[in-house]
Design a protein. Structure first.
Length: 85
């Protein structure tokens, strides 16, 4: 992927992570306000599963963003610096 493609990917990833953060906050808020008596209900389990899925997706995408930032910085670094790594 060239530097322009990398930049576009990075920007798109930021947008996706931003939306994911909003969805995760909303799901977490719903779980925090869920009465303990509803945890085992179908609705309660669905909310808990949704929050867990969003958290897992956030961890994976955040890891991709961190890896992407590292590889982008390395690609922009002088050749001598990259050779030393």
């Amino acid at each position: 992927m060239n530097l322009n493609g990398t930049q576009q990917f990075s920007e798109a990833l930021q947008v996706v992570i931003g939306r994911l953060n909003a969805d995760l906050r909303e799901a977490t808020n719903k779980v925090e306000h869920l009465p303990a008596s509803e945890w085992q209900s179908q609705h309660g389990r669905a909310l808990l599963n949704r929050e867990q899925e969003l958290h897992t997706a956030w961890v994976v995408l955040h890891g991709m963003q961190t890896t992407q930032a590292t590889s982008t910085a390395a690609a922009k670094a002088p050749t001598a610096w990259r050779a030393a790594q």
